[in-house]
Design a protein around this ligand. Structure first.
Ligand SMILES: [Zn+2]
Length: 332
């Protein structure tokens, strides 16, 4: 909005979750470095290269000296309306390139952004390895979240789509059909977009209605069912503001039924806990018991499951919300 405001996607989020899980005696493992193969199967290589280099390019440009901005902030987005059919060229100026790959003004790049987002990919691929090796459930404790990142554009406090990486890695490991269930309060427009044309990955999401004025505003509507070969492999359940456990869990059941009907042999859970009543970022009213029940209902599918952390911004409860959900997911 043109003014500097405190961020809610802060390092303490991950620290609170880690504290809660260590206190509950989960088996905690360190991430193992992985190459870019899977990452480049879900993202445009130009997006990955942009994120890897843009901060250094920004610092080396005149912009920080001219305007005092030491974070990468887009100022010009080449929208469809601006280009009106012209080819989308690669701009020379880094301050123009910033809007070529980022679609909003709240997802800044600063020192350590690349290390964090690329590290999240390693964490996610390590969790996939654990499940492929035979464990029924692994959870990737990552930040920033990822589900708003499309093939070639980032935004929504997300930079690389870890849930999509997990789904693609499970496909590559031999699962013919993989399902993603997105419990975050907001629609995962990026995950939807990445798999929208594909028949091998089902995306299902339960979220506050974008038509009621909520992020991502332009996607997440019920009539988005996939495209081409992907028709039928996308399911959006948009909920009114104020939705509580009962109707939310009906939605979870609906998504679980869709996963069964799709015939998935592995599951990715985009585990956002910002639908919780106390969360400042959404108007949904889900309780700890609601999240625990959602975990149990998804566990009942009996599928090898990789859960990836998405949103959740209420620091006092984020750890316990994740813990109860994982406890539910582990009930088999
Ligand atoms: Zn969210």
């Amino acid at each position: 909005m043109g003014v500097r405001t405190p961020g809610t996607e802060v390092a303490a989020r991950a620290e609170r979750i880690e504290e809660a899980l260590r206190a509950s005696a989960y088996d905690v493992r360190e991430a193992v470095a992985h190459d870019d193969d899977v990452l480049l199967r879900v993202h445009d290589p130009r997006l990955v290269e942009h994120l890897r280099t843009v901060y250094d390019r920004w610092l080396a440009s005149p912009i920080p000296g001219l305007v005092g901005q030491d974070r990468v902030v887009p100022y010009l987005m080449p929208t469809a309306g601006m280009l009106d059919g012209l080819p989308e060229r690669e701009p020379v100026a880094v301050h123009a390139a910033a809007g070529r790959y980022c679609y909003d003004t709240m997802t800044l790049v600063g020192p350590g952004t690349w290390e964090a987002v690329r590290g999240a990919v390693d964490v996610t691929l390590t969790a996939v390895d654990v499940v492929v090796a035979g464990e029924p459930l692994a959870y990737a404790l990552v930040r920033p979240p990822g589900h708003h990142v499309t093939k070639a554009a980032y935004g929504g406090s997300c930079y690389l789509n870890t849930a999509a990486v997990a789904a693609q890695a499970l496909r590559d490991a031999g699962h013919a059909r993989v399902a993603v269930v997105d419990l975050d309060a907001h629609h995962g427009n990026g995950t939807q977009a990445i798999f929208y044309d594909r028949a091998d990955v089902h995306y299902g999401s339960l979220h506050v209605d974008p038509g009621a004025g909520w992020f991502p505003h332009y996607a997440g509507f019920g009539d988005e069912r996939g495209r081409g070969r992907g028709v039928g492999a996308n399911l959006n359940i948009a909920l009114p503001e104020g939705t509580g456990d009962e109707h939310w869990l009906e939605g979870v059941d609906h998504l679980a039924d869709a996963v069964s009907a799709f015939g998935a042999s592995a599951l990715v859970v985009s585990l956002g806990v910002d639908a919780a009543a106390a969360d400042p970022e959404s108007p949904l009213q889900i309780t700890h018991e609601g999240y625990a029940a959602a975990g149990r209902r998804l566990a009942a599918l009996g599928l090898p499951t990789v859960a990836v952390q998405e949103g959740g911004y209420h620091l006092e409860t984020i750890g316990s919300l994740v813990e109860v959900t994982l406890h539910g997911l582990a009930a088999r």
